[in-house]
Design a protein around this ligand. Structure first.
Ligand SMILES: Cc1cc2nc3c(=O)[nH]c(=O)nc-3n(C[C@H](O)[C@H](O)[C@H](O)COP(=O)(O)OP(=O)(O)OC[C@H]3O[C@@H](n4cnc5c(N)ncnc54)[C@H](O)[C@@H]3O)c2cc1C
Length: 270
C-alpha cells in the first residue's frame, strides 16, 4: 500500500483489528509422524498458519520422509493453490473486528455464507442515538455535497431520537407488549427505520483462508465500491503479515480516485 493510499484510508473511519490467529501444535504433529515412523524436513521458516496448511497438504499424499519433495513452505503452498487444491486452506481461520463501516457495506458483507461467521452490533439491543455515520469519500471530496450529506444524516439522527422518545412514552401508557425488553425492542426497531444506510456498524467476524481469498477476489476490485475496496485492502495488508504464502498472489494497486483495489495475479495498469 502506497503512502498516499494509507493517508486516504486514515481519513476514512474504517478500522480492522486481527484478534485471533491459528496456532499449530508442531510437537503433537511430530509425535504423530513419529508414530508412523515418518519425519518432516522443514525448509526455511513458516508461520503457524502456513505450516498447518502444508501439514494438511502433505497428509493427503503422506509426503514425509522418503516421499517428501523438498521445497520451502511458500513454494509448497503456491503449488497447492495452483493445482486448485484449496480445501486445505480451510484449516486456518482468523478473527477480526471491523469498525467504521456502514450498514450498507455490512449488508453486502454478510452475504458471504461459506467459511465466514459474523457477530454484528444490533440496532435492537443497542440504542443508536449517538450513532456515527460513514461518509463516502466521493462525497467528502466536494464540500457542498458533504454539507448536504451531513444535514441529511443529522436529520435522520434527530428523527430517530424524537421517535424513540415519543414511542417510549406511548408504549409505557398503552402497555401492549409483554415486558420492558420487548417494548424496547419494538421501539428501537420502529425508530431505526429512519436511520440511513450510512449508519456505522461494528462486526466481529471469523473466516478461513479459502473464504478470505474468495472474498478478496470477488470484492477487492470493484472500482465503484469504495468501502469494499478499502476493507479488502486492509484485510490483505493484515493477511500478508499473518500468512504471506497464502496470500502471495494478491496485491494492492491505487486507482485514480486515490483509493486502493486488490487484484489477483500480475499487477495491471491503473
Ligand atoms: C458485483 C456484484 C454484484 C452483486 N449484485 C447483487 C445483487 O444485485 N443482488 C444480490 O442479492 N446480491 C448481489 N451480489 C451478491 C452475490 O450474489 C453473493 O451473494 C455474494 O457476493 C456472496 O458471494 P458467494 O455466494 O460467492 O459467497 P459465499 O456465500 O461465501 O459462497 C462461496 C462459494 O460457495 C459456493 N456456494 C455457496 N452456496 C452455494 C449454494 N447454495 N449452491 C451452490 N454453490 C454454493 C459458490 O461457489 C460460491 O461462490 C453481488 C455481488 C457482486 C460481487
Amino acid at each position: 500500500v502506497h503512502q498516499s493510499q494509507n493517508q486516504l484510508i486514515d481519513r476514512l473511519s474504517v478500522r480492522l483489528f486481527v484478534v485471533s490467529r491459528p496456532v499449530f501444535d508442531m510437537e503433537a504433529f511430530l509425535r504423530f509422524l513419529e508414530s508412523e515412523q515418518q519425519s518432516w524436513e522443514r525448509m526455511g521458516s513458516a508461520k503457524d498458519s502456513e505450516s498447518i496448511v502444508e501439514a494438511a497438504g502433505r497428509i493427503c499424499y503422506m509426503s514425509f520422509g522418503q516421499r517428501q519433495y523438498r521445497r520451502p513452505n511458500a513454494e509448497y503452498v503456491a503449488n497447492l493453490i495452483k493445482q486448485g487444491h484449496e480445501s486445505v486452506l480451510e484449516h486456518v481461520s482468523w478473527s477480526f473486528v471491523l469498525t467504521g463501516v456502514s450498514r450498507a457495506f455490512s449488508h453486502q458483507f454478510v452475504r458471504h455464507r461459506v467459511g465466514f461467521a459474523f457477530s454484528q452490533l444490533s440496532q435492537q439491543y443497542h440504542e443508536e442515538r449517538d450513532a456515527r455515520f460513514v461518509e463516502p469519500a466521493i462525497i467528502r471530496s466536494h464540500p457542498h455535497l458533504s454539507t448536504l450529506w451531513r444535514s441529511a444524516v443529522e436529520g435522520s439522527r434527530q428523527a430517530y431520537a424524537s421517535l424513540l422518545e415519543s414511542l417510549e412514552e406511548l408504549e409505557q401508557t398503552s402497555l401492549s407488549l409483554p415486558n420492558k425488553r420487548e417494548m424496547q425492542r419494538a421501539v428501537r426497531t420502529a425508530a431505526r427505520s429512519v436511520l440511513p444506510n450510512a449508519t456505522e456498524t461494528k462486526i466481529f467476524f471469523t473466516a478461513n483462508a479459502r473464504a478470505l481469498r474468495h472474498f478478496l477476489e470477488l470484492r477487492g476490485n470493484i472500482a465503484g465500491d469504495e468501502e469494499m475496496r478499502v476493507v479488502s485492502c486492509l484485510l490483505l495488508e493484515s493477511l500478508k503479515k499473518e500468512a504471506p504464502s497464502l496470500f502471495d498472489d494478491f496485491m494492492t494497486q491505487e486507482l485514480p480516485d486515490g483509493l486502493p483495489r486488490v487484484v489477483k495475479g500480475a499487477p495491471q495498469a491503473g
